[in-house]
Design a binder for this molecule. Structure first.
Ligand SMILES: Cc1ncc(COP(=O)(O)O)c(C=O)c1O
Length: 406
């Protein structure tokens, strides 16, 4: 077996990033400060909303929002069965039950199956834009606003009473820059959470952001302040504020979290965001086109959907599917690709295949579309520094490996 030479992901680390980080190091201010606050404003401008709060991970942002909405034991939260464990883990950590729903052929939650999953205990739906392809947000918003669905909703907290319906909390860990009907992901549902983990399109190493876009009965500016305090121990003034002359005094009114982003992390985000539309997304599109052109003539290849009349994907990774193949044979193909020095991946093992969720009683047989797509999926790398030559290496490795197995 040869050593892996081509990684599945590779964040950009050029002089612009090094210079921005060096600037922060020279400033002596490493934790949450001016750069994090600037990054929040830049994200808000990019997304087209007013209030964005940066956090240390998407997982933290999702949990913070569930807890704010009062999610607790006895509640149900609808999640797609096909997602990363974080989407469901946060629900479990709040003491609630993740209610899993099967997917459509585009890997996203099947909205036609959500209605049957809604009960009087349903408080939140967490749609996930798998691989960066937006969910059917018009259908989701229409469904939760239907009178019979609203009629089932039982408010138990002030926030739930104020909303008067199921909260839509988008897990947009993959879809920064995605578009739905010309609107940016982050501006489509009540709350959207991005991930800036190292593998993501736009990375801060670890990190995330919460887009607060709640309807008029909420004051998103006030919520920003509340959550901003809540992500730092519930402390009334942050480190930057306390560092000012004679501003040492503070109070704590709730036992908050330690979920804040640092200025060192924000440096990466500020540089990447500035060049996201002009450099990052076009490069991803070009890689997607090259993969499309290479695989389209093969009978065995099912190409991913990423651009339709109403949706544009952020093209996070290229989810190639092999037609009519079992999980075992797909795994053999992956081994052969790895043997050629190419690191590919599978997104995702559906939740009921993971021991924790299996032990809770979830059964893979109940989700046939997710299982079929999981068995046949191979995620191919997509990143800015992937050269044409490397793309060809990946294409050649995939074609030769598939041909050897089918
Ligand atoms: C769909 C999905 N949701 C949530 C997360 C969690 O993101 P983070 O690592 O920023 O907490 C991930 C991470 O890969 C993800 O893929």
């Amino acid at each position: 077996m040869t050593k892996n030479k081509l990684p599945f992901y590779k964040p950009r680390t050029d002089e612009k990033i090094i210079e921005e980080v060096a600037d922060t190091i020279r400033s002596g201010w490493f934790t949450t400060g001016p750069k994090t606050k600037r990054f929040e404003k830049e994200i808000a401008k990019y997304v087209g909303i007013d209030h964005v709060l940066c956090v240390n991970a998407a997982t933290s942002g999702l949990e913070l929002m569930l807890r704010w909405f009062g999610i607790k034991e006895g509640d149900e939260v609808i999640v797609p069965v096909y997602t990363y464990c974080a989407t469901a883990n946060v629900v479990v950590r709040c003491g609630a039950k993740p209610v899993m729903v099967d997917i459509r052929d585009d890997f996203n939650i099947d909205v036609s199956k959500i209605k049957a999953a809604i009960t009087e205990k349903t408080k939140v739906i967490i749609p996930v834009d798998i691989a960066g392809f937006p969910c059917d947000y018009d259908e989701i918003m229409e469904l939760i606003n239907k009178s019979e669905v609203k009629g089932k909703f039982k408010s138990e907290t002030e926030e739930q009473e104020k909303l008067g319906r199921i909260l839509v909390l988008s897990d947009a860990a993959h879809s920064f820059g995605g578009l739905f009907s010309e609107n940016k992901i982050g501006s489509l549902t009540d709350i959207t959470v991005f991930s800036f983990h190292a593998v993501k399109n736009l990375t801060t190493g670890e990190g995330g952001a919460i887009c607060l876009n709640l309807p008029n009965q909420f004051d998103n500016a006030e919520l920003y302040q509340i959550h901003n305090t809540n992500i730092l121990h519930g402390q009334s003034s942050d480190a930057l504020e306390k560092n000012k002359i004679n501003k040492w005094n503070y109070d704590v009114k709730s036992a908050g979290y330690k979920f804040n982003m640092t200025d060192v992390q924000a440096c990466f985000g500020l540089v990447e965001l500035k060049r996201y539309e002009q450099e990052n997304l076009p490069m991803r599109k070009s890689i997607f086109h090259n993969y499309d052109s290479a695989f389209t003539s093969f009978e065995w290849a099912q190409l991913p959907e990423y651009n339709t009349s109403s949706k544009s994907s952020s093209m996070h990774y290229y989810a190639l599917r092999i037609k009519n193949i079992s999980e075992d044979r797909r795994n053999q193909i992956i081994d052969l690709i790895f043997n050629q020095g190419i690191n590919v991946n599978v997104h995702f093992k559906p939740l009921p295949m993971l021991t924790f969720y299996k032990n809770l009683g979830y059964k893979m047989n109940d989700f046939p579309v997710a299982y079929d797509n999981y068995c046949r999926e191979i995620s191919l790398p997509v990143y800015f520094d992937l050269t044409e030559e490397q793309q060809q290496q990946i294409i050649d490795a995939v074609i030769s490996s598939v041909n050897e197995v089918i």
